[in-house]
Design a protein around this ligand. Structure first.
Ligand code: HPA
Length: 249
């Protein structure tokens, strides 16, 4: 089934419903990979059609390593989405990427393991070796950055997203290593989402919302989950205005 979807949004921690989405219908999609994280909610926003999916489920019941990334991407593609924005909560490693900062990353290092990372994992599927030199779609990144500017929201252009397994946060030594590797941000859900989007030839970009300084990067001895969610709530407020502008491009 295909319908006209102007943009799909995968909401991360703290974004379980898309604010301002109107005339909504819910689609439960049967996928060859099992169930998606939940129903896809389709509705009108800023005069366009949006498909929204809560990555962790609408009640945040799925930890990052148990999200069925393949089913999620397949369902959005099946419903007719061709552009996807992943909204991801992250920890900041770089000094200028503190809590509430928003980043549009341009690179990824994958530290996850044991996840289904490809649609080629299935018996008999064609083996594809996608080019992944630029893991995010350049044109969608450019449009997202321009949209943020028009919306008057400060965002940082570029940064390397290190994807960790979770659900625990990292040790200081792990973050120190990631910093040496060149990571600017750390999150648990950026991969394999980006790879799977590319395999399906979806345009894909990430809006990374910094919830905390990663282990050992800020002044805090410990990272509290309450603090993470407070910062996320603040940063999440900027997502709809950015996407409203994106939908005009
Ligand atoms: N590490 C990994 N993922 C995260 C973090 C973090 O510090 N904060 C929010 N998501």
């Amino acid at each position: 089934m295909t319908s006209l979807i102007d943009l799909a949004v995968i909401g991360g921690s703290g974004l379980y419903q898309f604010p301002g989405l109107q005339n909504t219908t819910r689609q439960s999609v049967d996928t060859p990979y099992g169930p998606a994280s939940g129903d896809v909610v389709i509705g009108d926003f800023a005069g366009r059609r949006i498909a929204f999916l809560a990555r962790h489920g609408e009640s945040h019941t799925l930890p990052p390593h148990r999200v069925n990334y393949r089913a999620n991407l397949w369902a959005l593609h099946h419903l007719g989405a061709r552009k996807v924005i992943g909204v991801n909560a992250v920890g900041g490693i770089r000094d200028d990427m503190g809590p509430r900062v928003i980043v549009v990353p341009d690179q990824i290092i994958d530290y996850t393991h044991g996840r289904f990372t490809s649609f080629c994992d299935v018996e008999g599927a064609e083996v594809k070796h996608i080019d992944f030199s630029e893991p995010y779609t350049a044109s969608l990144r450019v449009d997202l950055l321009a949209a943020a500017k028009r919306a008057g929201v400060a965002v940082i252009d570029g940064g390397c997203y290190g994807a960790t397994q979770g659900p625990r946060l990292e040790t200081r030594a792990e973050i120190a290593r990631m910093k040496r590797d060149g990571c600017d941000l750390v999150g648990m859900t950026g991969m394999p989402e980006a790879t799977l989007a590319r395999e399906l030839e979806l345009d894909y970009a990430c809006l990374a919302l910094v919830a905390n300084f990663a282990a050992g990067c800020g002044d805090e001895a410990e990272i509290s989950i309450e603090e993470i969610f407070a910062h996320l709530a603040a940063a999440t407020g900027s997502v709809p205005p950015i996407l409203a502008e994106l939908l005009k491009s």
